[in-house]
Design a protein around this ligand. Structure first.
Ligand SMILES: [Zn+2]
Length: 290
């Protein structure tokens, strides 16, 4: 939200684009637009930029690939732990029909593993996009109209990751993830070792909002009606039900990927969240679908 607010301040046309995207989403919701099932899943090519100073920050290819696998598990609702959904919401566990593949060609058409390695002198990065800037010890994105750019690096301040919504500057577009919250193997560390920081952040990249609506007083929403209104983020492993904002008896859908709980507690997207993501993939993100 810090990034989002900064972009809102810096670029009035960003505000207009977001307004248009909400209009598009609402039109799709009204038309009963559901998960696109016709030609199989939509595929997005991914490049992972590993920015490292210390050896443990230099993620192995196996750890990078484990993140791609985790994204595909969650965006196809192929996660075994979806059975943890409370009975009242099992019918809302949605297959987003989106798959991710490491790029096999770089922007110049040359063969690639889809992973870049950049040595930096910086101990850590913040939420200021410096990891995307070579002049500040980072590495710039590949063409963000064609690739989903993921950066792995050491982040300070307890930050697990951050993302840019559709419609922001191309030079900073993508998702940044703390290296110990990246993937499911190697140096990925409990309780963020199931690859779900990326599941959450890529959700933002596809225009999903937090389920509590980013306000502390029940006034904000997430633009979808099948996630109950919630007051504030949930952390760790809450007990069900956690009732806020008069949302009883079932309470907050804290097991949604767009809350802040531990990796082993977030397990689902809902059908209307999928509509929002598909609206992004039919609109501002259409060019990344391969
Ligand atoms: Zn978030």
């Amino acid at each position: 939200m810090i990034i989002h607010n900064r972009n809102l301040e810096a670029d009035p046309s960003y505000r207009e684009r977001l307004h248009q995207y909400e209009h598009d989403v609402n039109a799709r919701m009204a038309a009963g637009f559901k998960v696109a099932k016709k030609k199989g899943p939509m595929k997005i090519q991914v490049v992972v930029h590993v920015v490292y100073k210390n050896p443990d920050e230099k993620l192995s290819a196996a750890q990078v690939k484990s993140q791609i696998k985790a994204l595909n598990r969650d965006y196809r609702a192929a996660n075994a732990d979806k059975s943890d959904a409370p009975p009242v919401w099992t019918g809302l566990v949605a297959d987003a029909g989106i798959e991710f593949v490491l790029a096999t060609k770089d922007p110049k058409g040359k063969k690639t593993t889809g992973i870049t390695y950049t040595k930096t002198t910086r101990d850590e990065f913040g939420d200021d996009d410096s990891v995307k800037d070579p002049a500040q010890g980072g590495v710039k994105p590949w063409n963000s109209a064609k690739y989903l750019n993921l950066w792995s690096c050491n982040l300070g301040g307890g930050l697990l990751g951050y993302a840019q919504f559709p419609g922001g500057p191309a030079t900073t577009d993508g998702v940044v993830i703390l290296y110990t919250a990246f993937g499911t193997t190697g140096v990925a560390a409990v309780p963020f070792n199931l690859g779900r920081t990326a599941t959450h952040e890529v959700g933002h990249w596809l225009n999903l909002r937090h389920i509590w609506g980013d306000t502390p007083d029940c006034s904000g929403g997430d633009g979808v009606s099948d996630t109950p209104n919630a007051a504030t983020p949930n952390f760790n492993k809450p007990n069900f039900p956690h009732i806020t904002c008069n949302n009883g008896p079932s309470g907050d859908m804290f097991m949604n990927y767009m809350d802040y709980v531990d990796d082993d507690t977030m397990i689902m997207f809902t059908p209307q969240q999928v509509v929002r993501m598909h609206s992004a993939l039919a609109g501002p993100r259409a060019s990344v679908v391969i």
